[in-house]
Design a protein around this ligand. Structure first.
Ligand code: UD2
Ligand code: MN
Length: 360
């Protein structure tokens, strides 16, 4: 009798354990935290692309050879010239309810956005978009933020009738993070991919809360994160130029891109502001009500500690303008991978030697 109770108890315990494991593995928490971490580790062990999500059909372009290939024939410049131009202001845009999303996955986002082409590209089907926009996201180890960004931003950009591509520029492990240099690499890579006229440099954790905040370029370089929840929807200081900025191609070339010498957190955005002023451009900002944006809250990342040298560097921003930036950009592409929702550019940008350029 006792032994049959024991057996039954054992069977019940095993069934419970199996059931729990099954449901846990299917749960968003598991998918979010562990699978993302695993993917990240796998990618870094093998620079060659590993198939991550079952239906993302990636294409691998190693080093520079990808340039020679006609990757996106369906999105080449030869769109039907007879299409009417899309309206200046797209219809039906308004406030959006933005929260961090936990219960989604990349396959789900893919199925919710059937018109996205490989590499995270899309353009309106029935009209010619006003601009061709590359969105550049500096990245390392922020998979959950990226997922939230993709979840909101693909529908957002499509409703804005944008002709756009998303470039996630990932810095390799074990070096101090350099957001600005990753932006320059993103610019260089996207420029070789398509004739983009507008470049939007965006943090992975900022999501606009209103569809009327057009992700496009305007007459001057545009600071678009001028109303972020983290700062109570106000400008913490007047010259702030971080978060999300938009540059026409000719303006980004004119300022020689971002500086490459800001390793670690802070200052690179202020330096870019100085560059804009130095070349005689002004900064545009959208209306602060329409520009309301959420920043997913987070701690400072390991490997992105505060850059202690940023103040002396910014003071000499004018001097370095022509030697430090796109003109001195030096990097090694590890891989360029065309995922369904974005193009991932994994890059080795070195580990800080560029700082020797500073302030001479
Ligand atoms: C502020 C600025 C940001 C930048 C930063 C200083 C705003 C709203 N934001 O953001 O634009 O100037 O200060 O550098 O003004 N990242 C990774 N992995 C890392 C580290 C950074 O992916 O390990 C990327 C990611 O896209 C992130 C961005 O770099 O959003 C900026 O880093 P942050 O979010 O830690 O900086 P934060 O929020 O203080
Ligand atoms: Mn942030």
């Amino acid at each position: 009798m006792l032994s049959s109770i024991k057996t039954m108890f054992l069977i019940l315990a095993v069934t419970f354990l199996l059931g729990f494991t099954f449901f846990y593995m299917k749960s968003p928490v598991f998918q979010e935290i562990y699978l993302d971490k695993l993917n990240y580790k796998m990618q870094h062990k093998k620079p060659i692309f590993q198939r991550i999500y079952p239906d993302s059909q990636p294409v691998e372009f190693k080093n520079e050879s990808w340039r020679l290939m006609n990757k996106f024939p369906q999105l080449s410049s030869d769109q039907d010239k007879n299409l009417p131009e899309c309206p200046e202001i797209p219809p039906d845009l308004g406030p959006l309810d933005i929260r961090v999303v936990y219960n989604t996955s990349l396959p789900m986002i893919i199925s919710q956005n059937p018109n996205i082409r490989p590499g995270g590209r899309s353009r309106p089907q029935h009209c010619m978009a006003q601009q061709k926009v590359a969105i550049i996201i500096p990245f390392r180890n922020r998979e959950a933020h990226l997922k939230t960004w993709l979840y909101y931003m693909h529908p957002f950009l499509q409703r804005q009738q944008a002709d756009y591509g998303v470039y996630v520029v990932e810095q390799m492990e074990d070096t101090v993070f350099n957001r600005a240099k990753l932006m320059n690499v993103g610019y260089a890579t996207a420029s070789k991919d398509y004739d983009y006229s507008c470049f939007i440099f965006s943090d992975v954790d900022i999501i606009p809360m209103d569809g009327r905040n057009l992700y496009r370029c305007s007459t001057n370089p545009r600071h678009m994160a001028n109303s972020v929840d983290k700062f109570n929807f106000k400008l913490p200081y007047n010259d702030i130029f971080g978060g999300v900025v938009a540059f026409k191609k000719e303006h980004f070339i004119k300022v020689n891109g971002f500086s490459n010498v800001f390793w670690g957190w802070g200052g690179e955005d202020d330096e870019l502001f100085q560059r804009v002023v130095a070349v005689g451009l002004k900064v545009d900002r959208p209306d602060q009500t329409i520009a309301r944006s959420r920043m997913i809250s987070h701690k400072r990342d390991p490997g992105n500690e505060r850059n202690g040298k940023s103040f002396p560097l910014i003071r000499k921003a004018y001097k370095r303008l022509h030697q430090d930036g796109l003109s001195s950009l030096n990097y090694t592409i590890i891989s360029i991978t065309s995922h369904k929702l974005y193009t991932k550019v994994t890059v080795d940008i070195g580990d800080g030697e560029d700082a020797s350029l500073e302030a001479n």
